[in-house]
Design a protein around this ligand. Structure first.
Ligand code: TYD
Length: 220
C-alpha cells in the first residue's frame, strides 16, 4: 500500500464533515490525489445498508446493527479503501471502525472485546495511519445538528441515530476519548468547540507531519 489512510471520528454535530472538506481541498491543492469516503454508505451495497440502518425503527438490536455495519465495512475496505491506497491516494473516511467501538460498544453496551474482534475481521488489516477525533460536549453538538437539520427541513425525515438521548452521546464521547487514550500513536484528539478555521489549522499541521512521515515525500 503506497497511500495514506486517515479517518475522522466524533459524535454528531462535531464538525467532521466541514473539516473533511477543508482537508481534502488543502491536500488536493498540494497535489495529493485524495479520495473522500464514508461509513455507513459508500459503494452500492453501502448505500443500501445506510438506507436500511438509518430508516428502521429504534428497536433494531445492537448486535444486528453491529453486523450490518461490519458487512458495510468489509465492502468498503475491499471496494474503495484498499484499491485507492494501492494507487497511492490519500483516503479520508468519515467514520470507520472506531465508530462501532464508540457507538455499538460504549453507546449501546455491546462487549468491547467482541466489537474489536468483529472489527478486526471486517477491516482485513486495513488500519488507519491517523485517526482524527473531533471532541465536543454533546449538549453543544446536538444543538448544532438540530439547527442544521431544521435549516435543511430534514428534521422529521432524519433517521433514528440522531434521535438518541444525551446520555447516549455522552457515553459515545467518552468511548472515543478512551479509544484515543489507548492508541495515542494513531489517534489525535481535537477540541471541536473552537472556530472551524482554528481547528483546521491544527488538523492540517498534524496531517502534514503524518503525510511526510508515512508517504516519504517532501511537502511540495
Ligand atoms: P450520519 O448521518 O453519517 O451521521 P454523522 O454525520 O454524524 O456521521 O449517520 C451515521 C450514523 O451511524 C451515526 O449516528 C453513527 C452511526 N454509526 C454507528 O453507530 N456505528 C458505526 O460503526 C458507524 C460507521 C456509524
Amino acid at each position: 500500500m503506497h497511500g495514506l489512510f486517515i479517518t475522522f471520528e466524533g459524535i454528531e454535530g462535531s464538525g467532521k464533515s466541514t473539516q473533511i472538506k477543508k482537508l481534502a481541498k488543502f491536500l488536493r491543492q498540494k497535489g495529493y490525489h485524495t479520495v473522500l469516503t464514508r461509513e455507513p454508505g459508500d459503494g452500492e451495497i453501502g448505500a443500501k445498508l445506510r438506507e436500511l440502518l438509518l430508516s428502521v425503527s429504534s428497536s433494531l438490536d445492537p448486535l444486528t446493527e453491529l453486523f450490518l455495519l461490519a458487512a458495510d465495512r468489509t465492502r468498503h475496505v475491499i471496494e474503495i479503501i484498499e484499491p485507492a491506497l494501492s494507487e497511492g491516494s490519500i483516503v479520508i473516511s468519515d467514520r470507520y471502525a472506531d465508530s462501532s467501538v464508540a457507538y455499538q460498544g460504549y453507546g449501546r453496551g455491546l462487549d468491547l472485546d467482541f466489537v474489536n474482534v468483529v472489527n478486526q475481521t471486517a477491516m482485513n488489516n486495513c488500519i488507519p495511519a491517523l485517526t482524527i477525533v473531533m471532541d465536543i460536549n454533546p449538549e453543544i453538538s446536538l444543538k448544532r445538528s438540530c439547527l442544521r437539520l431544521q435549516q435543511q427541513s430534514m428534521f422529521e425525515a432524519e433517521g433514528r441515530f440522531e434521535k438518541e438521548d444525551i446520555f447516549f452521546h455522552q457515553r459515545v464521547r467518552s468511548g472515543y476519548l478512551s479509544i484515543a487514550k489507548s492508541d495515542p500513536e494513531r489517534c489525535r484528539v481535537f477540541d471541536a468547540s473552537g472556530t472551524p478555521e482554528d481547528i483546521f489549522s491544527s488538523i492540517a499541521e498534524t496531517v502534514m507531519k503524518v503525510v511526510q512521515n508515512r508517504m516519504k515525500v517532501n511537502i511540495p
